[in-house]
Design a protein around this ligand. Structure first.
Ligand SMILES: [Zn+2]
Length: 194
């Protein structure tokens, strides 16, 4: 890696795998729905940095900083663009051959990347079923003595706790097969709700 020079193609490949929003959020700068986030490059009291979609990078309307995912990380960590690119490949387990790893390493990297994608998809799905179940329970609580009243009393705080855990440590949650099965049961419960 020491002597490695990034090619234009490497930059493009890295950028094609990541959105500005994903990267900013990962390094501690989450953006709101419209793409505004606090600027890390000046003392920003309220969000004045805009994260553009479709690989168009970022721009701060207060201090004028702008760039792409790679220069964002380079500047944030005070490292070279090459090191920032390597960091992104590692942190996001991107299947990109930066320092010409062996076939086996490349396969490992691809596997990690696939696992990560699989986890992301599962978490998204699980959160959806959990919030639907929570919604149903909240509605049931409004009808004291109704058909789902007891269930709502018993399950609502548990569901809220599950959502919290899932958001806090998705990897741990996914690794717990019992917890994963429970999500399946909740999905069935939501589907069978009458
Ligand atoms: Zn700024």
């Amino acid at each position: 890696m020491e002597n490695y020079r990034l090619t234009k193609e490497d930059y493009e490949t890295i950028k094609s795998h990541l959105t500005m929003r994903q990267v900013a959020e990962y390094y501690g700068y989450p953006a709101d729905r419209k793409g505004w986030c606090r600027c890390p490059f000046h003392n920003d009291g309220h969000p004045s940095m805009l994260l553009y979609p479709d690989g168009r990078g970022f721009y701060c309307f207060s201090c004028g900083s702008g760039g792409d995912v790679i220069s964002f990380v380079a500047r944030l960590e005070n490292i070279s663009n090459a090191k920032a690119a390597k960091m992104l490949v590692d942190d996001f387990s991107l299947p990109i051959d930066l320092d010409h790893p062996s076939y086996r390493e490349r396969r490992e990297r691809e596997k990690r990347y696939r696992r990560r994608k699989e986890l992301e998809a599962w978490v998204k799905d699980a959160l959806l079923w959990l919030s639907m179940y929570r919604q149903l329970l909240c509605e049931a609580l409004r009808i004291p003595g109704g058909p789902h009243w007891d269930e709502a009393l018993q399950e609502l705080s548990i569901v809220e706790y599950r959502i919290e855990c899932l958001r806090a440590c998705p990897e741990d949650y996914y690794a717990d097969r019992k917890a994963v099965r429970k999500i399946g049961a909740i999905r069935d419960r939501v589907i069978g709700w009458t």
